[in-house]
Ligand binder design. Sequence first.
Ligand code: ASP
Length: 590
Amino acid sequence: MLDFLGNLKRTHYCGVLHASDAGRDVVVMGWVHRRRDLGNLLFLDVRDRSGIVQVVFNKETQPEAHAKAEHVRSEYVVAVEAKVVKREKANPDIATGEIELAAAKLHLLNTAKTPPFPIEEQINAAEETRLRYRYLDLRRPKPHQNLALRHKIVLEMRKVMDEMGFIEVETPMLTRSTPEGARDYLVPSRVHHGQFYALPQSPQIFKQILMIGGLDRYFQIVKCFRDEDLRADRQPEFTQLDLEMSFPRQEDIFGVIENVMVRVCAVAGIQVTAPFPHMLYKDAIRKYGSDKPDLRFAMELHEVTECFPAEAKQKLQIEGNVFALAAPGAAGYSRKQLDELTEKANALGARGAYFVKVTAEGMTSTVEKLIGAENVKRLGAACGAKAGDLVVAVSAKEQVKGTEAAALIAGQLRLQLGEALGAIDKTQWKFLWITGFPLFEWSETDRTWVSAQHPFTGIVDEDVEKLESAPWEVRSKGYDIVLNGYELGSGSIRIHRQDVQERVFKALGLTQEQLRRRFGFFLDALTYGTPPHGGIALGVDRIAMLLAGEKSIREVIAFGKTTAAQDLMAESPSEVDKDQLDQLGIQIKK
Ligand code: ASP
C-alpha cells in the first residue's frame, strides 16, 4: 500500500546532514539507493540530488517502520521521519558518513521497476541504454553535476552580458532559411500548403536586423538547428551564446568574449587570463595542420618538401608539399607501430608516410635510399628532432585549392601522436583567436566558391575590389575562438553595405532572381541606414563539455540525440497520423 505525501514537508536534503545536526528530528525524501537487511537492523541508503544518507530501522524500538522497510526495494520513493544520530564509527566514503538517521516512520510514496542499470557513479551500460532511460541516468551524480555546472555557466554568461550592456532578445524559431552551410530542418505550414518554415541554423539575419533596428548590443542564449552529419561534439540542435554589437572594432568583440570566458571558466574553478593570443589562419594550418590548433603541446609541423629531390618525388608520386613533425621519444616505435601510423595516414588521405628514427648514433630512415643520407639529416634538423625522436613526414594524395592538404593530414597525426605519447598537458586551458580567413573556399562537390563562414562575413577593405576578379584572394573579417583544439565559436565584422552584400551573393553564384527571393527582405533592410556591426556566437554545449571534463556534448545535454539524430527516449523522429499529413497537404513518397 502506498502512502500519500499529504502535508508531509521535507526538512533537509539527504546529503547536507552533518555531525552538528545530531539530535535533530528531520524529514528526508528520496530514492532507496541500497538496502541491507541484518535481521534486527535494516539499513536503507536514501538518495536525493544532494547525496546519500544512511537510515536505520530498528525492529525492537520501531517495529512498524521496520516491517514496512522490509518491503522496500531499490529506487522505491520514500519519505523518512527520523532523528539524526552520530555514528560510533564514521564512514569516510560518504559525505554524511559521520551520522545516520534513526527511523521513526517510513512513508512509501512509490514503487519502482528494477532499473536496467544500477544508479551508481560508475556504470558500464551502453550509451544507447543510458539515452533510452535518461531519467534513470540523470539520477547518477555525474550527469546531475554536469547539468548543474551548465546552469551555472549559462547564468554567468547572462550576468556578464548584462553587465556589459547587452540585452537579451528572442528571435523566431519558425522562420526562413539562414545559410550557415548546413541543411535546414523544415516545418510544413498548415495554413499555406506547400510552404515551409525553416528552423534557424542561427539567428544571424535577425541579429543583424536588430542592429539596423538600433538595439546596439544584443545577445541571446539560443537553440540553433543544423541538419548535418553528427559527431561527438555535434548535435542537430545545439545552444549558442549569440551576440552582435554596433560600431565595433574587432578588438571590442574579442574583449567582450574574453570577459565572458574568463568569468565562465572561473565558475568551473579554472583560472584563465586575457587577452588571448592571436594566430593567422594560414599559420595555424602550416604550423599545426588545423584551423583549431591544440596549443597544449608543441610538436609543430614543418614544411620539408625541399628534402625530397625531384627523382625521389617522382618515385614516391609526391605532387604537393611534404609536411613533417618530430614525435618526442617515439624513435623506438616498432615496425608494426610504423605500419599502423602509415595506415592511419593513408586513411586520412596521405600519398605516403616517411619516417626518420633519430638516435644518439645518428638517423635512419625508411626513405634513405630514395632521398639520401644528407636529406635525411636535413629532414631531422628541419623538425628540430632530438635523439629519441621519430620524424613523421607525409604527402597528400590529392591537393586542395587554397590550403595545404599534407599539413592537414600531418595535423591529424600530430593530435593522435600527442595523445598516444602523453605529450598533451591536460591541466592547461589554451585559448586562441584565429584570424585572416579567406572569404571563400572552393567546393569540389559543388564546383563553385562557397562562403568559408557565412555570406554576411565582412571583407578586408582593400580586398572588396577583388570580389569579381580574384575571389580566392579576398580576405574576410572573420575570426574563430579556439580552446584546447576545439572551435568554441566564430564570428565576424559584417558587411553593412547593401551593394557589397549583393556582390557577395552574386560571387556565390546566386542569380538576381534567387537573391531577391531568398534575401530580398534583408537586402532591403540594409538600405535603410545600417550601422557597421559585428558579432560572434559561442557553442554553449562545447564549453560546458570542456569545463565538465567530458568528451561528448551529450554528457552536458539533458536529452541528447544519437549520431543517427534520434531521441531514443522520446522515440523521435516518428511517423505521424494520416490526418496530420492531410492537414499539411503532405503525401509520403515510399
Ligand atoms: N551565426 C554564426 C554562427 O552561428 C556566428 C556569427 O557569425 O556570429 O556560426
